[in-house]
Design a protein around this ligand. Structure first.
Ligand code: SAH
Ligand code: DHB
Ligand code: MG
Length: 223
């Protein structure tokens, strides 16, 4: 049995028992695929992990960078109270359109606001609005901008907020100090910023599963 087949089987087993049939999430993935969006949403056990983090945080305000079809958005927004808010930033109008439908079907359209455009521009505009600090930030867009997204996340959060960065391992390529791949250099810069920033305490965890060999970085904002 190949490694990745075992990873798939274990994710299937966990999904069957821990995140069982959910028609809204299944439909979100189905419609994303039908619209030919890349199939790079988090896996179900990872989506549930994001939701648990948001619940543990007692999150009322969540910021997501990289919406795609809104799959991770739905997991996160379900952790919010009725008067909570999730702002999700997405470059592609086509992705945002699919996500908007998926989020409406999930009954979360009152809580979720998708902002279309390059995230760095949306973040600058968002900061101008001086929003309530975000309790959780999920960074999952173009990896070369990860250090910039982290800097914006620091501006838009409070001590105690949690920042999560997706895809920090990428099959192990993150360990290649000689890489010139902007995804790798951007992710390495983000990891090193977490490690050196006086206002961040963080770690990174390697994961395997139906999405291959990858990982999350987690950072708590310090006073
Ligand atoms: N969080 C999603 C997956 C996001 S995939 C999930 O797990 O379900 C990454 C997304 O980031 C894609 O939809 C891509 O269009 C978007 N993206 C890429 N570059 C971007 C940018 N500069 N600003 C905002 N979004 C961007
Ligand atoms: C890619 C992006 C993601 O956010 C992800 O979770 C997996 C893959 C990608 O660009 O290949
Ligand atoms: Mg991702």
């Amino acid at each position: 049995m190949s490694e990745s087949k075992i990873w798939d089987d274990v994710d299937d087993y966990f999904t069957t028992h821990l995140t069982p049939d959910d028609e809204v999430l299944a439909a979100a993935l189905r419609d994303s695929e039908a619209a030919a969006l890349p199939q790079i949403a988090v896996a179900a056990p990872q989506g549930k992990l994001l939701q648990l983090f948001a619940q543990i945080q007692g999150a009322r305000n969540i910021l997501e960078i990289g919406t795609l079809g809104g799959y991770s958005t739905i997991w996160l927004a379900r952790a919010l109270p009725a008067d909570g808010r999730l702002v999700s930033l997405e470059y592609s109008p086509r992705h945002a359109e699919v996500a908007t439908r998926n989020i409406a079907r999930a009954g979360l359209d009152k809580l979720v606001e998708i902002r279309v455009g390059p995230a760095l521009e949306s973040l600058s505009r968002l900061a101008d609005e001086a929003p309530a600090p975000f309790d959780l930030v999920f960074i999952d867009a173009d990896k070369d901008n990860n250090p910039h997204y982290l800097e914006w996340a620091l501006k838009l959060t409070r001590p105690g907020s949690l920042i999560i960065v997706d895809n920090v391992v990428r099959g192990g390529r993150v360990a290649d100090s000689g890489s010139t791949d902007p995804d790798v250099t951007g992710t390495r810069a983000a990891i090193e910023l977490i490690g050196s920033h006086p206002k961040l305490s963080g770690t990174a965890i390697q994961t395997v599963g139906s999405k291959g060999y990858d990982g999350f970085a987690l950072a708590r904002v310090l006073p």
